[in-house]
Design a protein around this ligand. Structure first.
Ligand code: SF4
Length: 222
């Protein structure tokens, strides 16, 4: 288990490294070039030696796919991690995906342990629209949206606003890096407030938001 700089959880455990989703701004890919966790970032690798990290006593909020996307995992990987989670209900678990459709299919076959908070990674209006269609189809809502990095103005359909919105700006020095406008964030906050949703802004938004910077208490804090 690793302590993390991610401010919305306590720790990370990664049993899978790599992700085929191909996001240009991928932080995991940048880290992999430096530390060589897996041979090719686009081909996820299973690292079962990390399963033992789940077996710790002190309760924590743990992000389980900070170096992959759970929605792209093989079924056997998902099952092994689900077993470790079931064995360790003292923790709260968080997973993030861009493949909510595939994750929902997997959940139908392998119901997840209830301790997992599932988030969808949304960076564009197209992501938000696609996510909405999937959870209308499955008649289920994710626990949160991670709108990070926000790449454009986004309006979430009213019937699709989750309980929690995490919002952040792109960091790093990528050529073509997107610097958000305050109005994009204000619009999401207005939508969240209309639905009594939690808003958690990443530190990357602190200077842009000034007095409107906000970090509500998260549901998975232990
Ligand atoms: S979904 Fe996440 S881990 Fe996968 S490529 Fe995109 S940013 Fe990287």
């Amino acid at each position: 288990m690793k302590k993390t700089k991610i401010d919305w959880c306590d720790s990370t455990i990664n049993c899978v490294y790599g992700c085929p989703n191909g996001c240009k701004y991928c932080y995991g890919n940048v880290m992999n070039k430096r530390f060589h966790f897996c041979k090719n970032w686009n081909i996820p690798e299973w690292k079962p030696e990390h399963l033992k990290e789940f077996y710790s006593k002190k309760p924590k909020s743990i992000f389980i796919d900070s170096m992959s996307d759970i929605g792209t995992w093989k079924e056997e990987w998902f099952n092994a991690v689900a077993k470790a989670i079931s064995d360790n209900p003292q923790h709260r678990y968080i997973a993030l995906t861009k493949r909510f459709d595939r994750l929902m299919d997997m959940f139908l076959r392998f119901p997840p342990p209830i301790e997992i908070f599932i988030g969808i990674s949304v960076t564009t209006q197209a992501n938000a629209n696609a996510a909405t269609l999937v959870h209308r189809f499955h008649n289920t809502m994710p626990d949160f949206y991670s709108i990070e990095p926000i790449l454009q103005s986004i309006t979430i359909p009213d019937d699709a606003i989750p309980k929690t919105l995490i919002i952040g700006a792109e960091t790093g020095n990528r050529k073509g890096k997107v610097v958000p406008q305050k109005e994009w964030i204000d619009r999401l906050v207005r939508q969240a407030d209309e639905h009594n949703s939690i808003v958690f802004m990443k530190e990357s938004l602190r200077s842009l938001m000034g007095n409107d910077f906000r970090q509500d208490e998260l549901l998975w804090r232990v």
